[in-house]
Design a protein around this ligand. Structure first.
Ligand code: FNR
Length: 338
């Protein structure tokens, strides 16, 4: 791992309350998927192309994935993340400890709002309006969480609630009802996606698709894009690594909407591999939290700078273009993934 990222992770672990470190770091069940998300990238290699004489584009295909409760990591919370997010898209969690309007005001680039559809449709609608009024430019509906994941580390610590003074601020005073609402998970359906689409003109993404058939349905239901994700190994400890599910979704979508990959992306090389397999961009979860905990806004900036620098270097080495035929599964010598 890049020593800067390793150092930020070590510092985060040292400064965080161990209960909060485990909340950020942990996964569901035996944490098989958590480990696999990273390990799967290490099983992949790239056959670089040569003599292409191409200038490397300066696009940085990275989003900041939505993660909850940034004030557990740093007192500036999501404000620090938003300030550092320049050059990326910040997908702000509905479970942020700063209200979405303040997150957008602090950001210098686009902010998308991540939504968990709530059992009470009025609450869901009020959250959508809140995101629209704040100036978010897309909605990302998380679809892999019909129930909460069971995180053994949190259960062992008895971690259920935010400390006094911190709250999921977007859940405050919704649709004229004063006070804080609890975030709930719900098993909603494609009809709810249709309803959401008719409720807002914001582009609607779905996050947490792994099965190609669901990707086909998502396109049929008019989504603007798909995030291939297993929630960073926090929901079902039986899925493949996120990157292993990527090619199937990319093939099913066949270029009709962009596909983003998140889970286990820890280097510029990982970004390049995901793009070679057909992702339009990647999302970064935990490394951003480690940067935030270690050094607030500056720490998040360092994480993004390292990833940008590494990615541009790999891209230059590969002739400026990344395609699936360049991907080799280590130990097989077979290119093209499958
Ligand atoms: C998450 N994730 C997440 N996803 C989401 O849609 N809404 C949320 O509120 C959260 N909250 C959250 C908290 C924490 C502590 C983590 C680690 C993750 C999942 C997140 O968006 C993303 O899918 C993963 O974090 C990507 O994996 P990596 O980069 O952490 O390996």
């Amino acid at each position: 791992m890049n020593p800067v990222l390793a150092e930020l992770h070590d510092k985060a672990r040292a400064v965080l309350d161990p209960v909060h470190y485990d909340f950020f770091a942990g996964g569901v069940g035996d944490e098989v998927v958590l480990a696999e998300n990273e390990a799967a990238f290490l099983r992949l290699a790239l056959l670089p192309r040569v003599l292409r004489g191409k200038k490397v584009s300066d696009a940085f295909p990275v989003l900041i994935s939505p993660t909850a409760f940034h004030k557990l990591a740093h007192p500036d919370g999501e404000l620090a993340t938003a300030r550092a997010a320049a050059g990326t898209i910040l997908v702000s969690s509905m479970a942020s400890t700063v209200p979405i309007a303040d997150v957008v005001a602090a950001a210098t680039g686009p902010v998308w709002f991540q939504l968990y559809v709530q059992p009470d449709p009025e609450v869901t609608q009020a959250l959508v309006r809140r995101a629209e009024r704040a100036g978010c430019t897309a909605l990302v509906v998380t679809v892999d969480s019909p129930v909460f994941g069971r995180h053994r580390r949190d259960i062992a610590h008895g971690f259920h609630d935010l400390p006094a003074g911190l709250a999921a601020e977007n859940m405050r005073d919704l649709h004229g009802v004063p006070g804080l609402r609890k975030i709930e998970m719900s098993a909603f359906s494609w009809e709810d996606i249709d309803r959401l689409r008719s409720m807002t003109s914001l582009p609607l993404w779905v996050k947490g698709v792994l099965h190609p058939a669901d990707a086909v349905l998502a396109v049929a239901h008019g989504v603007a894009g798909i995030v291939v994700s297993n929630h960073g190994g926090r929901q079902l400890d039986l899925t493949p690594a996120a990157v292993e599910a990527l090619p199937g979704v990319v093939d099913a979508v066949a270029g009709r909407v962009p596909v983003v990959l998140d889970g286990g992306v820890r280097s510029g090389g990982d970004i390049a591999l995901a793009l070679a397999l057909g992702a339009s961009a990647v999302g970064i979860g935990r490394p951003v939290l480690w940067g935030l905990a270690a050094d607030g806004e500056a720490g998040v900036r360092r994480v993004l700078d390292v990833l940008r620098d590494e990615y541009e270097h790999v891209l230059a080495m590969c002739g400026g273009e990344l395609t699936r035929d360049m991907v080799v599964v280590r130990g097989t010598g077979v290119s093209g993934w499958r």
